[in-house]
Design a protein around this ligand. Structure first.
Ligand SMILES: [Zn+2]
Ligand SMILES: [Zn+2]
Length: 261
């Protein structure tokens, strides 16, 4: 199983350097056919690659994680003969239906081109539940954000990757993740530097000291890959994480890299 990072930035930005190139906003491609979030990082896919995506798992309804979903459903219609399946919590699916696929912001592709052969179908997946697709299992993990949200564990026959989605302090996530067999990578968001801890609390995101608080006493052997860094604070956030977590293996997740599981 390959996990290709299409984008992992906390905002759209043209700024990047060799150590920190996050690309667009959150999107991970599992093999060729499973998308985890559909942020602006999806823009790097070719038309052919886009048409191969059969399943989209959404952590939550915020625009930086769904921006490309309505556009891609429209774009791949002629190239596909089956609907794209969107897996998310019932609450997130209800938000998408009410506020995106509502025939005002975007057509209701759950009913067009026809109710029998729509462009997209919704399938509810709640925290703790899982879906297995050709040997790859995606499991909903707990998250704490300003809207209904979850992370995902993505498991192959041999290894596992955990992704926090957007979250603030979340001991349940780490307890769940540490019990996952074969855990190799943990992608965890750290949106803000510690100077913006009030904003982290208000927006329900992590800052370095909150990550360190959650990891105190946790036996974390997997590598931490940091995502959702808010430009222009990426380098500062990473420095603060390294200072707060001595001995923990961590680095910034990079757009374009492929994690092999
Ligand atoms: Zn969010
Ligand atoms: Zn976000």
């Amino acid at each position: 199983m390959n996990v290709r990072v299409l984008g992992c930035s906390g905002a759209i930005s043209s700024a990047s350097d060799a150590a920190h190139d996050p690309g667009g906003t959150t999107a991970l491609l599992v093999d060729e056919d499973i998308l985890i979030d559909a942020g602006t990082g999806v823009a790097v896919l070719t038309d052919d690659e886009l048409a191969l995506v059969d399943h989209v798992f959404l952590t939550h309804s915020h625009l930086d994680h769904i921006a490309y979903l309505p556009l891609m459903i429209d774009a791949v219609g002629d190239a596909r003969d089956t609907p794209v399946t969107v897996h998310a919590s019932r609450a997130t699916l209800d938000i998408l239906q009410a506020h995106i696929f509502n025939n005002l912001i975007w057509p209701d592709f759950t009913r067009i081109p026809s109710p029998d052969a729509p462009g997209v179908r919704f399938e509810a997946l709640e925290t703790g539940e899982h879906v297995t697709l050709n040997g790859r299992t995606v499991t909903g993990l707990p998250a704490r954000h300003t809207v209904p949200s979850m992370g995902f564990a993505i498991t192959s026959d041999t290894a596992c990757l955990a992704f926090s989605g957007d979250t603030t302090s979340n001991p349940e996530f780490w307890a769940t993740v540490c019990a996952l067999p074969g855990l190799r990578h943990v992608i965890v968001e750290t949106a803000y530097p510690d100077a913006q801890i009030a904003l982290a609390h208000a927006a329900h995101h992590y800052c370095p000291s909150l990550v360190a608080d959650d990891l105190r006493g946790v036996q974390m052997k997997a590598e931490l890959l940091i995502s959702h860094l808010k430009p222009p604070h990426g380098a500062q956030i990473l420095d603060e994480l390294r200072a707060a977590l001595p001995g923990v293996s961590l680095r910034a997740l990079r757009a374009g890299e492929v994690l092999i599981l």
